[in-house]
Design a protein. Structure first.
Length: 132
């Protein structure tokens, strides 16, 4: 199955003066989804380095990983956007989620976001199936 995650050569028009962001694309098989990644805290190279590390963790057998698609300085922000990755035998399941920092039991660390990946769940607190 084809998989890729990348930034496109298409910058997001100014959301607010001084705010920098770029469009990105994640592809999982036939599924494609665009995202907007903030470039205020991480550069495109920072994201690419993180994505390589996160995918490498999964390839080498880690049961949990994550692909951050938009992060602003955690010291001044309260959330980020990411794709959680769960390895179950030879299958990797991905879930697109919003992480709210004040719901964590510890301070978010951008250098080791993997410690914040929750246990794999297939239904949300309302009993609705989580898209994977």
């Amino acid at each position: 199955m084809a998989f890729s995650i990348e930034f496109l050569d298409e910058h997001v028009p100014d959301l607010e003066p001084g705010v920098r962001a770029s469009f990105g694309l994640i592809q999982i098989g036939d599924f494609q989804e665009r995202f907007i990644g903030s470039l205020m805290y991480w550069t495109k190279k920072d994201y690419a380095r993180h994505w390589q590390q996160a995918i490498g963790r999964t390839v080498t057998g880690s049961e949990r990983s994550c692909l951050i698609t938009s992060i602003v300085d955690p010291a001044s922000s309260n959330l980020l956007f990411w794709w959680l990755m769960y390895r179950i035998e030879q299958t990797v399941l991905l879930q697109n989620q919003l992480l709210v920092f004040d719901q964590l039991n510890s301070t978010f660390c951008a250098n080791d976001p993997y410690v914040h990946v929750p246990d794999h769940k297939t239904v949300n607190p309302d009993g609705e199936r989580i898209s994977e």
